[in-house]
Design a protein around this ligand. Sequence first.
Ligand SMILES: Nc1nc2c(c(=O)[nH]1)N[C@H]1C(S)=C(S)[C@@H](COP(=O)(O)OP(=O)(O)OC[C@H]3O[C@@H](n4cnc5c(N)ncnc54)[C@H](O)[C@@H]3O)O[C@H]1N2
Ligand code: MOO
Length: 406
Amino acid sequence: MISVEAHRATVTALLGTGKPVRRPLAECSGLVLAEEVRADVALPPFDNSAMDGYAVRSVDVVGATPERPVELPVEADIPAGRTDVPALQPGTAHRIMTGAPMPPGADAVVMVEKTDGGTVTVRIEAPSSPGTHLRRTGEDVAKGSLAMPAGMVLGHSQLGLAAAVGLDALTVHAPPRVLVVSTGSELVLPPEPLRYGQIYESNSIMLAAAMREIGCHVETVSSVADDVERFRAAVEPKLADADLMVTSGGVSAGAYEVVKDALTGAGVEFVKVAMQPGGPQGSGRWNGVPVVTLPGNPVSVLVSFEAFLRPALLTAMGHPVVDRRQLRARLTEPLRSPAGRRQFRRGFYTPPGDEARGAVTGEVGPRGGPGSHLLASFTQANCLIVLDEPATELEQGAEVDVLMLD
Ligand SMILES: Nc1nc2c(c(=O)[nH]1)N[C@H]1C(S)=C(S)[C@@H](COP(=O)(O)OP(=O)(O)OC[C@H]3O[C@@H](n4cnc5c(N)ncnc54)[C@H](O)[C@@H]3O)O[C@H]1N2
Ligand code: MOO
């Protein structure tokens, strides 16, 4: 048996890092910058007004009050977007709007609320010191400076900044194109009614959703019968467009293990990992394409995704952090775990908060039993409880690691 860490390292090395590609901003959400971004324009690109009001020389409005307003002729109107801004002469004002360029000669803005709003002459009822309501060129981002470093994850604020400095595309790590293949002659798809011995296929939907959530492109082959020739025929034509193939089912010790039968001796190695669920695993290359084979039980699939695929896919996409948030928590009930295997249980974590009891560590209770067919309980879990390899009996109140899923 090999360790969880060893198999994770194998799968991560197999995927490598996605090559840098140029993508339009609308396709970059959640991806990672492969190159730093330097600002070709300053932000703001020009000195501009932060308020609707009047651009003035501060010396012209010294001492203005509602009782003794300063009256100035309004010489120009500067809406946002005006590009031919006339200079301000001493003893005059320009009406100006938020985001409009400051006229040369003006050093302050008076809000319209502090005036009578006049358009021919304006009565100004408050002073304005130099720089008031003024947004300076480059105070957000200086021209030529580093706007975002390589390795930054592109969320909405990062995409907004890229757009603001005039970019319509970014160089990102290419998201992997994953071919997800579910195998099993028992699998059917709705609306076909179930016959005795058949089940509805669910692994491909789950895996595709989990991978799309982290930015992968996914194609699915939802139900391939346990027949090597039919497996090859269904999958081989699609390999050319895949950076990774992930299969479920057909890898244990039975007589009809289609994945094992098709890929043994063809570049894929099958191993047992010291974990439960998710013990039977495989990885390698088939026709040059990286392949990861998962056991068929639905909970085994999701636990394998968390333990191996998620970190490997995030690494391939250049993410700086690939691990789930890990916390310590006290068990709300005793649990058993198989000796020599790391057990992953679905759990619900409650943060500390009961100060009366002096709680500093959160609590975690299992959701559902350890069986890898118990998918419903996964939907009620917010974490995985990790019971280390040596642990066999854990008492209520024992401290364990939890991996937060949200
Ligand atoms: N003699 C042994 N038997 C088994 C062993 C073993 O070591 N020796 N390991 C057990 C463990 S642990 C697991 S996990 C499973 C893995 O088996 P396979 O990967 O070959 O998976 P299947 O037999 O094809 O399926 C297992 C289970 O999951 C259901 N399944 C499969 N695919 C789907 C799908 N796409 N959607 C929903 N459900 C699916 C399938 O019907 C089976 O019930 O082997 C144990 N046996
Ligand atoms: O390893 Mo299997 O995945 O326990 O059910």
